[in-house]
Design a protein around this ligand. Structure first.
Ligand code: SAH
Length: 366
């Protein structure tokens, strides 16, 4: 009886298998009165063999294939547009149900990073960020986040078959549209699929979640998820941070640093080092006094600091710090013993750089 209800319910509303991590996939097959190994077979087809067509899954019986077609689908986001930057960065505009999102592929000499979106828009209203200005529409589903990765891995695979000189994806960063920690319910199983041996099987050191500092969520994932963490700190004191990142009025710097320490105490990813992201805004947060404040704040946090030259966006009064100011800032911190890097500006000619993602005026009229 239970089985019948389950099947009936799902016939109306088919399950997208990209929504299921290994545990849920096993439960799915057990409910179908199939063996656990079917979950492994199907996940291997999807994640190892780039196959999302049940008919091609030749180690499944026809009966099982038909059963699967009746109650499930493997549905990917639809590609609407591909734009290529002169520096090799590629931005895809993808349609997820009714909304557009963006996914960015950033190749470098010996690696390639995929930057994925976790929400349509963003609720946090950081006032230097185009996604923040867009406002929040909704959380992306697991299948819509996993679908971005599947889509790009498959694209790169196809390019390789055509002998294009493209690098496979080596790193994944959740630094696209949205705040991943405000979509915890879907981000946790997503990370599981990204790192699981029957999923994409990325090393925890190669997967980075970037957050504006949702303190309760950082505490919640501490000890549960172990991937590299990046924190958008962007200011050396609460006055500045309150001004540029409204979330700071809810969770201030002191609370944020305590949650980072808590996370690091339970994490071995990235050798227990958090990345501190610090956007360089001319005359706002970029003079020596700020560097000094920052060095005091971070003195007992195991971290590396990534300075991000601000990318210009529409309707913003900010200016990016000059190279000279950025280098002075970097040198101050290096002299204090910190590891400091400057994030390369990639893809800004196609609006694919940090903070420029808006899914192109988003939202199809419903
Ligand atoms: N919500 C998450 C991830 C999204 S943005 C977070 O806040 O971390 C990824 C990074 O780009 C963040 O550090 C964000 O603050 C930064 N960013 C936003 N707008 C930017 C801009 N215009 N120029 C440079 N970096 C920007």
């Amino acid at each position: 009886m239970l089985k019948e209800n389950f099947l009936l319910k799902k016939q109306k509303n088919k399950i997208n298998l990209l929504d299921l991590n290994f545990k849920s996939m096993v439960n799915f097959f057990l409910k179908l009165e199939e063996k656990k190994f079917r979950a492994i077979q199907v996940m291997e087809w999807i994640y190892k063999k780039h196959c999302v067509n049940f008919d091609e899954m030749n180690n499944l019986s026809n009966i099982l294939k038909n059963k699967l077609k009746d109650i499930s689908i493997i549905q990917l986001p639809e590609c609407i547009e591909e734009k290529k930057s002169h520096d090799g960065t590629i931005k895809w505009k993808l349609l997820c149900h009714n909304e557009f999102i963006e996914t960015i592929y950033i190749p470098e000499k010996n690696r390639a990073t995929l930057c994925i979106s976790s929400q349509v828009g963003c609720a946090l209203k950081c006032n230097f960020c185009a996604t923040g200005k867009l406002g929040y529409t909704r959380n992306l589903l697991v299948s819509e986040i996993i679908g971005q990765i599947w889509f790009v891995i498959n694209k790169i695979h196809q390019y390789k078959l055509k002998n294009y000189a493209v690098h496979s994806i080596t790193n994944i960063v959740m630094m696209g549209m949205g705040e991943p920690l405000l979509n915890l319910r879907n981000i946790i199983p997503t990370i599981d699929i990204i790192t699981h041996k029957y999923g994409f099987h990325f090393s925890k050191n190669k997967v980075t979640l970037s957050t504006a500092g949702v303190v309760p969520a950082i505490n919640k994932i501490a000890g549960k998820i172990d991937i590299s963490l990046a924190i958008s700190l962007h200011a050396s004191n609460d006055n500045i941070r309150n001004m540029i990142m409204p979330i700071n009025k809810v969770y201030n710097i002191k609370m944020l640093l305590a949650s980072i320490k808590n996370y690091l105490s339970k994490s071995t990813a990235n050798r227990g080092i958090v990345t501190i992201e610090y956007i360089m805004l001319f005359n706002i947060n970029d003079n020596e006094f700020h560097a000094q404040e920052l060095s005091i704040l971070l003195k007992d946090i195991s971290c590396k600091i990534n300075l991000i030259p601000w990318n210009s966006i529409h309707n913003s009064f900010y200016e990016c710090s000059s190279n000279k100011r950025i280098i002075n800032f970097l040198n101050y911190l290096r002299n204090k013993g910190f590891t400091v890097t400057i994030r390369k500006n990639r893809g800004s000619d196609i609006n694919a750089a940090c903070g420029q993602l808006i899914g192109h005026n988003n939202i199809i009229k419903k």
